[in-house]
Design a protein around this ligand. Structure first.
Ligand code: GDP
Length: 337
């Protein structure tokens, strides 16, 4: 993604010692790299920026591990702190983490001095290598040490959160989603809208996903479990794969390309080869009787929900409600740009 386009959009910074997993997280989340391929990637050595464009646009800025936050006069870093809504600090939980904790401490102190509102998001990373008990111990220990040290410095109200993450399961997507959600000013409105849609449509759980990164931008307020989240993200993959089965590359066939431009979307329903720009959507029934339903909304976002089978006979009503939701989303988006 071109770096010059990232100047005026909100930023999320990513820091952490060398080899803690920063590049891997970015590659897996934003460039669809299979997690195992990250074994061979090069460690971050210069700042790199990934622009992410969804309900809101933001840039993820990854900084190399040797960046020293306490260097006075590191104006570039101070500018980044000011421009960023969140700072993700990655800690390798499979390694001794004492060094990263002192690094994190100096970074937090510097960051909140420049920008007291910056959310500090600590990713306790690579937890796939730890047992369930060990994960919770590590989280407790790290949380305790970080907050104690901040207290010693008299820093009481640092916006600080901790997440257990790994690129080998869905945890890193969930954590990243939570980080992004805090950056969306209309989050409460989105959640309310989803609650209303769920209540009136027999929907048990609904997510608004960014299709490409599988970050969920919002969900309704019913409790969420990881299994549901996983099923929904897998369903996005399946739907996208199925959708591309019957599309053809129009750029290869000038006549079709011309026809496509001439008729726009109007031919969508009549000829399967013209469905390229049609919003994706699909429905399936799970073994437990629940229905998985996916509809593309605005700009790369999809609504994915689990609904009770009693809703199927009333699917027209459900879709009517969802259409309302889509319109509301469009209006909310207009407010942001
Ligand atoms: P960076 O220097 O912070 O950018 O770190 P890299 O992204 O280069 O990652 C260093 C190593 O950690 C790579 O060999 C990755 O395969 C590995 N790694 C990254 N994330 C995970 C994870 O969630 N679990 C495990 N087990 N290894 C990981």
């Amino acid at each position: 993604t071109p770096q010059h386009s990232s100047h005026h959009i909100p930023k999320i910074m990513m820091m952490g010692l060398r080899r803690c997993g920063k590049s891997s997280i970015c590659q897996v989340m934003f460039h669809n790299m299979p997690p195992l391929d990250t074994l061979y990637i090069e460690s971050t050595s210069s700042p790199s920026t990934t622009v992410f464009s969804s309900f809101i646009d933001f840039a993820v800025v990854e900084l190399p591990g040797q960046t020293n936050a306490v260097d006075p006069g590191n104006e570039e870093l101070e500018r980044l702190f000011t421009e960023s809504g969140a700072l993700i600090y990655v800690i390798d939980s499979q390694d001794e983490y004492i060094n990263s904790l002192s690094n994190l401490h100096s970074i937090i102190t510097r960051a909140v001095e420049v920008n007291p509102k910056i959310n500090i998001e600590v990713f306790i990373h690579k937890v796939d290598g730890l047992s369930e008990d060990f994960r919770l111990d590590a989280q407790r220990d790290i949380t305790q040490r970080v907050t104690d040290e901040l207290l010693d410095d008299g820093l009481l109200n640092v916006p600080l959160s901790f997440h257990l993450t790994s690129i080998f399961d869905h945890s890193v997507y969930e954590a990243f989603s939570r980080v992004v959600q805090k950056q969306i000013p209309q989050l409460a409105t989105l959640e309310n809208l989803l609650n209303v849609v769920c209540q009136h449509s027999g929907i048990e759980k609904a997510f608004l996903f960014d299709i490409k990164s599988k970050i969920f931008v919002a969900t309704d307020s019913s409790p969420m479990d990881v299994a549901t989240y996983e099923i929904c993200t897998d369903f996005i993959d399946i739907t996208v794969d199925m959708d591309s089965l019957y599309t053809i590359d129009h750029s290869q066939t000038p006549a079709l390309k011309a026809a496509d431009t001439a008729f726009g979307n109007e031919l969508d329903g009549t000829d399967p080869t013209f469905n390229k720009s049609k919003p994706i959507g699909s429905t399936t029934r799970l073994n437990n009787g629940l229905i998985l339903y996916l509809q593309q909304m605005v700009k790369g976002l999809a609504l994915v929900c689990l609904m009770r089978k009693e809703s199927m006979p009333k699917i027209a009503l459900v879709e009517y409600n969802i259409e309302f939701f889509r319109n509301a989303l469009e209006q909310l988006r207009l407010l942001t740009v």
